[in-house]
Design a protein around this ligand. Structure first.
Ligand code: ZN
Ligand code: ZN
Length: 367
């Protein structure tokens, strides 16, 4: 079938919207008619070459839509509303067997090859193959994806909200609920209040953390964080030390968990130093490949402060997407507040630009 999609012809080139060919789903795959796709910082990393991506590619890994057709052996029904996960875990590798399906060796290993699970793409343009991004490619009217990526959702959930659950929301909320395991009354700071960071703020409020301190450069984003329930805000003070002082003042001496969602080493440092004894910095943000993190080593044994990595919020999509959407339905996770811009597919390049200059909390393409 012919579909409109936004193509990155090569690293750092301009995005082009064109008519591509999308092949039928193979066995174990699903054709999804997409209705919304969030635009994530990881997509921008692919455009800029910060993370190596096989091109030409259709980017986008945060989508939702309706099942239109299925390949052999797939049980999900046509017409089912779905959110997409970008982690088709195999269930059999060492990490999956240990229960860490979000770290699936097979899925991470194939992530940058640009194919689906068999290594081949379903997209082509003028007879040439076009590669997938994170097994999905949601900057398009439709996608063929592995069945493990398809998570059924209630018909009542708006597609734009379901799309964000596929990456930003799961990454942020999951870091709080799963990776950190924050408990009611624990103190949380979140450094960086874009889509992922603000999701962490919402997840911390929903679980009963207090205080929940939002930290960002942008007064506008801090205002948004306050309006969704952050109990305190700290404007990034230009250096880790000054910001740490402000977070400590706002938290009565340091937090139990400092969630870092910018990928910048100075913010990671601030996260670590903002913790009280036994506290943990939870690092979500994707740093440049050559970035190093320096922290005072003496602080680790003396105060038992820890650093936790968090990939995809340590989520199990089939378990966690429904939990998240249940709290959304109850009004306890106001996920629609994350959406700052709605744009058509034709404006994909402009949407990526909003991510680049940190204007957007979350921009969503309406497909
Ligand atoms: Zn993402
Ligand atoms: Zn696995």
């Amino acid at each position: 079938m012919k579909i409109q999609a936004a193509v990155l012809p090569e690293t750092a080139a301009d995005i082009q919207v064109g008519d591509l060919e999308l092949a039928e789903p193979h066995a174990g795959e699903v054709l999804v008619r997409l209705h919304a796709s969030g635009v994530c910082h990881s997509d921008l990393n692919a455009v800029d070459g910060t993370s190596a991506t096989r091109c030409p590619a259709v980017l986008g890994h945060e989508g939702a839509g309706v099942v239109e057709a299925v390949g052999a052996g797939v049980e999900i029904q046509q017409g089912t509303h779905v959110a997409l996960s970008w982690m088709p875990s195999c269930g059999r590798c060492e990490e999956c067997v240990r229960g860490y399906t979000h770290l699936c060796r097979k899925a991470w290993g194939g992530m940058s090859h640009g194919g689906l699970l068999d290594g081949t793409p379903r997209l082509s343009w003028n007879g040439r193959p076009v590669y997938h991004y994170s097994y999905l490619s949601t900057f398009a009217e439709a996608a063929v994806v592995p069945e493990q990526c398809v998570i059924p959702i209630p018909d009542s959930v708006p597609f734009e909200v379901a799309a964000l659950v596929g990456c930003a929301v799961s990454t942020g909320v999951g870091a709080v609920w799963n990776t950190a395991g924050v408990r009611p009354g624990e103190r949380v700071a979140v450094i960086g209040c874009g889509g992922v960071g603000l999701s962490a703020v919402l997840g911390a409020i929903a679980i009963g953390a207090s205080p929940v301190i939002a930290v960002d450069l942008s007064e506008q984003k801090l205002e948004l964080a306050r309006s969704v329930g952050a109990t305190a805000t700290v404007r990034w003070a230009g250096s880790a030390d000054a910001t740490v002082r402000a977070i400590k003042d706002a938290s009565g001496g340091g937090v139990d968990y400092a969630i870092e969602a910018t990928g910048r080493p100075e913010a990671m440092q601030a996260a670590f130093l903002s913790c009280r004894p036994r506290g943990a910095a939870v690092l979500i943000g994707i740093a440049r490949a050559d970035a190093m993190l320096t922290i005072p080593a003496v602080e680790i044994p003396r105060s038992e402060r820890r650093i936790l990595g968090s990939a995809y919020g340590s989520v199990r999509p089939e378990r966690d997407f429904p939990r998240i959407l249940q709290l959304y339905a109850e009004g306890r996770l106001p996920l629609e507040r994350l959406i700052s811009h709605r744009m058509p597919l034709a404006e994909t390049a402009a949407a990526l630009e909003l991510v680049r200059n940190a204007t957007a909390v979350r921009a969503v393409l309406q497909l």
